[in-house]
Design a protein around this ligand. Structure first.
Ligand code: HEM
Length: 314
């Protein structure tokens, strides 16, 4: 009996050690090893967003596209590979901003702060720089030595997705339906290319405001102009607010995958709630961002701390 409980206790200790080794992320991870890390990232992001407000949107999206493919491991920052996948090519922006922040951090804390953590914090600081909510970011991710274009193609949802396809793509990453509606609120900032909403404005969708569709056609012709841009939030494109949801209520979501969230569906009430209650949106968004940032991180001795975010260490 005594032996039994002793081995039981050792098992508990072993499990606890294994959990610690696989690594819980911690918001104080760099407090001693690189106390200036968070300040440096914040000022790098603030400078980039003040000269180009869209950069805040681009950095937020970069983090999403990182986390959904192999986890938040900076795989998306490696030159080539994932960057050439359908949802990414000709569309992702912000690599230079992350590279500059990394260069600065290397000069103060050599090979200490991972690219995956820089990108996670930069996403939070981008939201804050555009007037959105703040949250505490768990830290301690390490960087991958691989990237996968095929996983990027299979795991990133596309703009023509139905609501159930979106739900399935997010559930695969352990994100629930409320997380999905909240994270889609990131489309309160930034832009999309004509090729991603052309079908919606030329008769492919019936749940679109007619005047809104007409106004978009001016810069998104039926053929050509594929890369012409439109704001994802027609009301306040450079402010991180809850206007995205108000737009959905009047059928002014830019992408098909936006409007499916408010289309006589089970998500309608969540959209109504976020449209009328900015605090409810902020709270759900920050919760979901922390969950997304915790997808399959490399920790402990896994992966590496890259010296340069665009390539693995030689
Ligand atoms: C739910 C499924 C989602 C789909 C189908 C989707 C799709 C898209 C598409 C097609 C674009 C335009 C890309 C282009 O035309 O170049 C875009 C832009 C954007 N997405 Fe999403 N997205 C989704 C979720 C998210 C999430 C979870 C986030 C972040 C939390 C996010 C943040 C953004 C931002 C900020 C932009 C604008 C980027 C810029 O202006 O550079 N999206 N998204």
């Amino acid at each position: 009996m005594a032996m039994g409980s002793a081995s039981c206790i050792s098992l508990v200790v072993l499990v606890a050690l294994a959990t610690a080794a696989s690594g819980q992320l911690s918001s104080t991870f760099y407090d001693t090893s690189c106390p200036r890390a968070l300040v440096a990232i914040k000022s790098g992001v603030a400078a980039a967003v003040s000269s180009d407000p869209r950069m805040g949107a681009s950095l937020l999206r970069l983090h999403f596209h990182d986390c959904f493919v192999q986890g938040c491991d900076a795989s998306v920052l490696l030159t080539g590979m994932e960057q050439n996948a359908g949802p990414n090519v000709g569309s992702l922006r912000g690599f230079g901003v992350i590279d500059n922040i990394k260069t600065q951090l290397e000069s103060v804390c050599k090979q200490t702060v991972s690219c995956a953590d820089i990108l996670t914090v930069a996403a939070r600081d981008s939201v804050v720089a555009l007037g959105g909510p703040s949250w505490t970011v768990p830290l301690g991710r390490r960087d991958s030595t691989t990237a996968s274009a095929s996983l990027a193609n299979s795991d990133l949802p596309g703009p023509s997705s139905s609501r159930s396809q979106l739900e399935a793509a997010l559930l695969k990453k352990n994100l629930n339906t409320v997380d999905m509606v909240a994270l889609s609120g990131a489309h309160t900032i930034g832009k999309a290319q004509c090729s991603n909403f052309r079908t919606r404005i030329y008769g492919g969708d019936t749940n679109i405001n007619t005047a809104f569709a007409t106004s978009l056609k001016a810069n998104c012709p039926q053929s050509g102009g594929n890369t012409n841009l439109a704001n994802l939030d027609t009301m306040t494109p450079n402010a991180f607010d809850n206007a995205y949801y108000t737009n959905l209520l009047s059928q002014k979501g830019l992408l098909h995958s936006d409007q499916v969230l408010f289309n006589n569906e089970t998500t309608d009430n969540t959209v109504r709630n976020f449209a009328s209650n900015a605090a409810a949106f902020s709270s759900a968004f920050t919760t979901a961002m922390i969950k997304m940032g915790n997808i399959a991180p490399l920790t402990g001795t896994q992966g590496q701390i890259r010296l340069s975010c665009s390539k693995v260490n030689s």
